[in-house]
Design a binder for this molecule. Structure first.
Ligand code: FMN
Length: 185
């Protein structure tokens, strides 16, 4: 696994006027709406989850995704040390779980939300959340440090399709439901 601090060091070197730009950046980013996921890892021998919305597809050949994690989080430390994690795309029914896994500095053990091995659609080595739409089991191939965050670029080792339910979305500082727009000819 390669690790680079190149981009991060470059950003830290920018002049201080960018501090006020960060306020404008956060305000602008409130308009970005994305789906909500929980990154699962093993904490000791127990499943642990962290809510994110920074999941994105990178490319299909080879199947690759990326996530961005605040470096101070327990999950970022796990990813740094092991390179192994799963991304669980949440359905609308899992809003409460998203809240549990977003509480800063609180325990995020999620034993009761994880599928038992018999109920999983195939063998897995990472915790899979019951009622997630899809779970990607991932192995980081490259990690970058950019300012406060760690970007993990990862290949997909397996995909579990669990339930076909509407996705949980987040934007404008709150959870949202998707609204289907009429197709226009
Ligand atoms: C909808 C939503 C999306 C989030 N997305 C991210 C994210 O992409 N990256 C991140 O580092 N934190 C994100 N957070 C914040 C983390 O969930 C939260 O800071 C983290 O669980 C704290 O973990 P810790 O207790 O290990 O510090 C998000 C929170 C919410 C509510």
């Amino acid at each position: 696994m390669k690790e680079s601090t190149g981009i991060g060091s470059h950003l830290e070197a920018l002049p201080s006027r960018t501090i006020s730009d960060a306020v404008a950046f956060r305000a602008a980013m409130r308009h970005f709406v994305g789906s909500v996921s929980v990154v699962t890892t093993w904490h000791g021998d127990r499943p642990w989850g962290m809510t994110i919305n920074s999941f994105t597809s990178v490319c299909a050949d080879p199947p690759t995704i990326l996530i961005c994690l605040n470096r101070k989080t327990v999950t970022a430390s796990h990813v740094q040390n092991t390179g192994r994690f799963a991304v669980n795309l949440l359905s609308q029914d899992q809003l409460h779980l998203s809240e549990i896994c977003a509480r800063p500095a609180a325990d995020k053990y999620i034993d009761e939300h994880v599928l038992s091995p018999e109920d999983a659609s195939g063998p897995s080595s990472m915790p899979l959340l019951r009622d997630a739409s899809v779970v990607f089991e991932c192995r980081a191939v490259e990690q970058l440090v950019v300012g406060s965050h760690r970007i993990a670029i990862a290949t997909i080792e397996s995909i579990h399709v669990l339930v076909d339910r509407p996705p949980l979305l987040y934007g404008q500082g709150r959870y949202m439901r998707g609204i289907e727009l009429e197709m226009r000819a």
